[in-house]
Design a protein around this ligand. Sequence first.
Ligand SMILES: Nc1ncnc2c1ncn2[C@@H]1O[C@H](COP(=O)(O)OP(=O)(O)O)[C@@H](O)[C@H]1O
Ligand SMILES: [Mg+2]
Length: 259
Amino acid sequence: MGKTICFVNNKGGCGKTTTVCAVGQAWAAMGKKILFIDLDSQSNLTSIITDTDPSIQEWETTLEDAFVGGPEFGLPVYHVNDFIDIVPSDLDLSNFDKDVARVTGREYILADLLETVKANYDYILLDCPPALGLITYNALVASDYMVMVTNADGLSYRGLKMVASLFNEVTGNKRLNPQLQIIAAIVTRYEKNNLSELYLQKMKNELGDIIVEPVVRKSTKISQAGSFQRNIYDYDPTGKATKDYMQVANELLQRVVIK
Ligand SMILES: Nc1ncnc2c1ncn2[C@@H]1O[C@H](COP(=O)(O)OP(=O)(O)O)[C@@H](O)[C@H]1O
Ligand SMILES: [Mg+2]
């Protein structure tokens, strides 16, 4: 049965999508069967994984259709290659809160949808939006493990605090998801200076071993790869941040396997 992992921070632009791609693609290259789920209406994950331009994407059905249709409708899963499938999103997902406002049990919609596909994958990776609303809530309720993604700066740090309180809310309620575990905090876009060292140290003091070594260094090639919807392992195979991501993906896999 596949394990579900959500990647979260309510700060936008801190590297969540890049990290979900880098981890999932590395695991797929090791022969793991991966399902990516794009929970952000900006659909950056969808663009990178399917190599399509967001402005010309025309998916017949997307995640929002499944959210509205429920388990009988099922998840629209698109096949990318032998090891990677994806449930794409588009701008329609921004209607989620409004569309499900009257649905009872709206915190469980994603969890119910995943039940039907879990057996087909080793890992289901959820790319969360930069907000702690109902979609992220659904992600935490549906997941076995949570990974926090952060930069070593004040805004991300504050974002982490808010994520931690949402985590406490979800695990503190036995009808939500008391089994959810935080397995990692991945520090990305790291550029060494006094301020970033201060925040990294602060995070290490508070989170201890949850912080993954190494941190992922900032690299122009990574942002280029993102804007061209390219896989970082193809675009910059020997780059410093690519190497960091390979190690991070290995470390994360070990943590998931041990659990
Ligand atoms: N290690 C890195 N070095 C440089 N740029 C990065 C790095 N990681 C991510 N980026 C860039 O930062 C921007 C935001 O990253 P993204 O993964 O989309 O963040 P989020 O999903 O949290 O909004 C993107 O343009 C991405 O290419
Ligand atoms: Mg994103």
